[in-house]
Write a protein that binds this ligand. Sequence first.
Ligand SMILES: [Zn+2]
Ligand SMILES: [Zn+2]
Length: 143
Amino acid sequence: MTPDVFCDQLRNHGRRVTPQRRAIIQVLAETAGTHPTAEQIFTRVQATMPDMSHATVYNTLHELVEIGLLLELGLGVREHRYDINISDHAHMVCLGCGRVVDVPCDCSGVDIPPEQAQGFVLTERHLVFRGYCPDCLAAMEDE
Ligand SMILES: [Zn+2]
Ligand SMILES: [Zn+2]
């Protein structure tokens, strides 16, 4: 999704597109596929907008997650990761360096039948694979 399309969607949700929000969206688009942390997003935005506050970045990220334009991933690594790719996909997580990689995956077949859902209404499913990336494997072999 380009920043322009993203901003249109934000307006469609009745939200204002401020210069600060635009800068954050720009960084999200630039870092697509890398699943940055909020802190990494903040650092990049601040490079172009030195006045940007932590609160603005965190609040904007939460707002985007709330309206469904951004994924917040709790992956068992230290910090939440943000993902501008909201299409159905799975993730591979490196237990060594924390790298998070997209895996195209049709998760629609993964489901809990209603009779086993114990009254839960499911709103989200998320498939995560954990392991070690090639770089970490190579580093382990060198030791
Ligand atoms: Zn790794
Ligand atoms: Zn992803």
